[in-house]
Design a protein around this ligand. Structure first.
Ligand code: FES
Ligand code: FES
Length: 167
């Protein structure tokens, strides 16, 4: 008997946090649920599940993406990085230190998505005004309204990198 519509599964194959992974997934399951429920990578949070809050942000091929708007099958053949892999590798260490130093992570619910979005921004380098930083992170909601401290943290990392670049 065929599976009910939406319950079909398909095998996917991708690089997750630097390691190859092959899994059978439901075609209708979104990536954030797959990460959380099947792989117990619960650092990717779910807020709105409608693409609005940014809590589910992950990196796909190095660019931020909404885990709640991406089907797990769409990750097949791609490279996916979550907060777990990025933290373990140390890629986020500088941002994490600044977030901690400035109390930019309050309840922490938005922090994984904020950090990954901030990472994308800081990878681009260059000088950005506070307004430009705000614009860049505007797709990530912080229910603790920690925005000022988050902008402070990102600005500190950018400035330090500028200083290093300028010698
Ligand atoms: S849970 Fe994906 S954007 Fe809110
Ligand atoms: S630190 Fe609480 S939601 Fe942002």
């Amino acid at each position: 008997m065929n599976a009910p519509i939406g319950d079909e599964t398909v095998e996917i194959d991708f690089i997750l946090n630097g390691k190859p992974l092959r899994r059978q997934v439901q075609v209708r399951q979104h990536l954030a649920d797959f990460l959380r429920q099947e792989l117990e990578l619960t650092g990717t949070h779910l807020g709105c599940e409608h693409g609005v809050c940014g809590a589910c942000t992950v990196l796909i091929d190095g660019a931020t993406a909404r885990g709640c708007l991406t089907l797990a099958v769409q990750a097949s053949g791609r490279r996916v990085d979550t907060i777990e892999g990025m933290s373990t590798s140390g890629a986020l260490a500088e941002l994490q230190q600044e977030f901690i130093a400035r109390n930019a992570a309050q309840c922490g619910f938005c922090s994984s998505g904020m950090l990954l979005t901030s990472y994308e921004l800081t990878q681009q380098g260059g000088h950005l005004s506070r307004d430009e930083i705000r614009e860049f992170i505007s797709g990530n909601m912080c229910r603790c309204t920690g925005y000022h401290a988050i902008v402070d943290a990102i600005e500190a990392v950018l400035k330090r990198r500028q200083g290093q670049t300028n010698g």
